[in-house]
Design a protein around this ligand. Structure first.
Ligand code: CDP
Length: 784
């Protein structure tokens, strides 16, 4: 009898998120939920100055407070060679300041106490004698000849310049510009923003003095990478380090770097011999942990009168803060910003970037984007929009004219990428159709005649995700690959262990679906384990939308490896040769005899109970995936806004998003990712900025000052999709987590600019506040 086939809820099924059961019941386990016997609490004293010499630190009053166990300073850390630590970008960062403080909020000392309140109180009893120095708050000032040197600790550092980086062909680009009828240029700042995860950073460091076992519970997006980094940096034996990342309350790149708090808590636990908990508060998170963006950008686009693009120049100045701590692949000093040619068939491009130290917090994290791609996407999409105005063309038409055609893939970009697949024209046509582009343009004209300001903004983005192939991509020398381990139990249930770390993306569901699609076990029967470096294979973790392209691929490959063995067992059970076995939806059958079948569950039992002579028993495998290329999700966003000419307030009337992330594993989860990304993109366009005053005081240190969009401000999003598979990915998927944040800020800003472009306004730097819009209108009208 043929086996009854149950539909497997693998790829393409909107399976409800398995992890939500515990989250919606308030049963998640976050760092602060972890309590260990004998645990102490740590609080960190932070610098009130952006730049100051430390003359002395007197800890005696703090140490005398009852309940205080230890006060740690940079001097004490230095005795253990831990006053400084390496960053992910081959720079050094102070763990606790010794010579100077270099940004407001920098870690100066730490108190370890019996409870968190005593630790906090004791901070006020630490007396630090500071001598303030000039604070440098812009990279332009940092590079002036008379600017004080921020990194005086580095003997060879004679100025505040960190790096220069280039991509593309300068000569070819100059030649292209020489042929141009028109050159459009734009100077713009992509402001410093902050990922602001719901859960702040923290850890519980537990070093057992008798065994030397170090168990560190921490908010990290990359547990196995961090284990190896700890081993390399602290010289601890790697087998004795266990990094546990429980449920992570959002990361968005903020939980990739190693922060001083983790290091001090670990050192304190080692010295004291008791577990030490450190939990950051909201202000600490905002002022001291990994920022995003902060690129001052200049772009030039060379075009023919008919709108044909000939070449692109882009240069940028990166404000890196006091330590160069960007979390990005070693080779790429300005991240993957050289994707700046975007979705366009540009014959020539040249990109350069410089980094400068300033008196601000370090970071440069991949905040819901692949490394620095958001900035690139913003620049090209703003330039293209302005080119349309300059040439009197429709902003959609100029894009359609210059898009890389679907037949041109794989497409070699002028800055060195090979785009895997795409259909940009289709995404644009769908976006135009869904928003009713032609009618909106008519409405816009009518509105203008009545003194109203309507704008339609477009952005057609190309993301680059899934870092990455071993030839070019590493972090601290470790290649950016990921492992997956799959074990099928005798009863046909499975356990999948992965090196990526969910922070809300739903990996426990989608990765089970990937296995389901390959081997036919239902997702609810597959447990997905992550977040424990003792339990999972090595890999570089979750950020920059690399989970699905790299670890998702490893998962598909390991499931195929297990299926190969399962087919051998099925052949044994069905008494045929292996070549005669066919597989579909969890059922192995005999070619030409469809009635002779056996299910994966029966095969699993046989792997332990009835395997052929000479076969190694068991049904499990491990696979490490080294991607042959990155994946290139894309899409077109269309936004319609109304701008109030009297106040500058802009209101989103419609927002249509067309996203293509290749084959969708779970369409519902993808939609959720896009909703989140669009909200973050809107926030950046409209209100988010970590600003500083002239003294380097951080003005965005609370959620009263650093504005995040709530459900109240967030517009309604209308989502649509195309599905262009990635040809090299085992299941055709591309990443999605970040695309919406990458693509949407330009669409929102372009919409506002489109409303006022007829007044000659070509740029308003983000965040596009109503005050800035009003000012621009006044200036354009020659008003006050
Ligand atoms: O690296 P990160 O997890 O941030 O991003 P991602 O790989 O883009 O995936 C975010 C979520 O969307 C994960 O649960 C993915 O498995 C899911 N996804 C999907 O269902 N289909 C895709 N084509 C891409 C992602």
């Amino acid at each position: 009898m043929a086996t009854e086939v149950e539909e497997i809820r693998g790829l393409g099924h909107s399976v409800k998120r398995k992890e939500d059961d515990r989250f919606i019941r308030g049963k998640g386990t976050y760092i602060d939920d972890i309590t260990l016997p004998g645990m102490l609490h740590m609080a960190i004293l932070r610098s009130p100055f952006a730049h100051a010499t430390i003359n002395s630190i007197d800890t005696s009053r703090a140490a005398a407070l009852p309940g205080v166990v230890a006060v740690v300073t940079g001097e004490l850390m230095a005795q253990h060679n831990l006053a400084w630590m390496p960053t992910l970008s081959y720079d050094t960062q102070a763990v606790l300041a010794t010579d100077k403080v270099r940004f407001q909020g920098q870690e100066v000392a730490a108190v370890i106490a019996e409870d968190p309140y005593i630790a906090q109180d004791a901070l006020e009893l630490i007396d630090v004698d500071y001598e303030p120095l000039e604070a440098i708050v812009t990279p332009q000032r940092a590079l002036e000849a008379d600017a004080p040197i921020i990194r005086s600790d580095k003997g060879d550092q004679k100025d505040n310049h960190i790096f220069h980086w280039e991509a593309g062909d300068k000569e070819a680009t100059d030649a292209a510009f020489a042929q141009a009828d028109v050159v459009v240029s734009l100077d713009t700042l992509y402001p410093r923003s902050h990922p602001s995860p719901l859960e702040t950073c923290g850890c519980v460091a537990d070093i057992n003095p008798s065994t030397g076992q170090a168990t560190i519970y921490m908010t990290t997006q990359a547990p196995t990478l961090i284990r190896t980094v700890f081993a390399l940096v602290a010289g601890l034996p790697e087998e004795k380090i266990r990094i546990v990342s429980p449920d992570i309350g959002g990361g968005f790149g903020n939980k990739v770097p190693v922060y001083p708090g983790y290091v001090v808590a670990t050192a304190a636990s080692l010295l004291i011999g008791r577990p030490v908990k450190w939990i950051e508060d909201r202000t600490e998170n905002l002022i001291s942990t990994g920022f995003a963006r902060d690129y001052h950008m200049h772009g030039e686009l060379a075009l023919k009168h008919d709108g044909t693009m000939l070449g692109l120049r882009a240069s940028l100045l990166a404000d890196e803060g006091a330590f160069f701590a960007d979390a990005q692949p070693t080779k790429f000093k300005i991240g993957l910003f050289h994707i700046v040619s975007g979705s366009y068939d540009l014959p020539a491009a040249f990109v350069s970037g410089d980094g400068a130290y300033t008196n601000k917090a370090p970071g440069g994290v991949a905040y819901r984007c692949s490394f620095r791609v958001t900035e690139a996407s913003y620049l090209i999409e703003r330039l293209v929009q302005n080119a349309a105005y300059e040439l009197g063309m429709d902003p959609a038409e100029i894009r359609l004219k210059n898009f890389i055609d679907k037949d041109q893939f794989p497409y070699a970009s002028p800055t060195g990428f090979v785009y895997d697949s795409g259909d940009y024209h289709r995404a644009m046509e769908l976006a135009r159709e869904k928003i009713g582009y032609a009618e909106l343009r008519k409405e816009q004209e009518e509105a203008r005649a009545q003194g109203k300001l309507y704008g339609i903004g477009l952005a057609s983005f190309t993301e680059v995700v899934g870092a990455g192939p071993h030839a070019d991509y590493d972090i601290l020398g470790l290649k950016m690959n990921d492992g997956a381990e799959l074990r099928i139990h005798p009863t046909g249930k499975a356990i999948l262990k992965i090196s990526v770390q969910t922070q809300g993306q739903g990996h426990e569901t989608t990765f089970a679906q990937i296995v389901a699609s390959q081997i036919g076990i239902q997702p609810e029967d597959i447990k997905v384990v992550h977040g424990d470096s003792d339990a999972t294979p090595f890999g570089l973790g979750t950020y920059a939308s690399r989970s699905t392209p790299v670890s998702g691929a490893a998962t598909a490959m390991v499931a195929r490896r297990v299926r190969e063995k399962a087919a051998k067992i099925a052949a044994h059970l069905l008494e045929v040769a292996e070549e005669d076995i066919e597989y579909a939806e969890g059922v192995f059958s005999v070619k030409g005899a469809p009635d002779k079948t056996t299910k994966i569950q029966d095969v699993a039992m046989a792997a332990y109970a009835n395997f052929p002579d000479g076969m190694e028993p068991g049904l499990e495998a491990v696979y490490y995936y080294d991607p042959p290329n990155l994946t290139f999700p894309f899409g077109t966003y269309a936004v319609a806004v109304e701008v109030d000419p009297d106040t500058g307030v802009w209101t989103v009337r419609r927002m249509v998003a067309v996203d293509d992330c290749g084959v969708r594993i779970n369409p519902m989860i993808v939609d959720g990712q896009i909703h989140g990304g669009l909200t973050e993109g809107f926030g950046i366009a409209a209100m988010e900025q970590i600003a500083f005053d002239d003294q380097g005081n951080c003005l965005g240190s609370t959620f009263m000052d650093y504005l995040l969009p709530t459900a109240w401000e967030t517009p309604r999003f209308e989502l649509h999709a195309t599905e262009t598979p990635s040809p090299h990915h085992p299941i055709g998927a591309k990443g999605v987590g970040e695309s919406a944040t990458v693509g949407s800020p330009a669409a929102f800003v372009n919409a506002v600019i489109d409303a006022v472009a007829h007044m000659g306004i070509r740029n308003i730097d983000m965040p596009v506040t109503s005050a800035k819009v009003w000012d621009a209108i006044q200036a354009a009208q020659g008003g006050a």
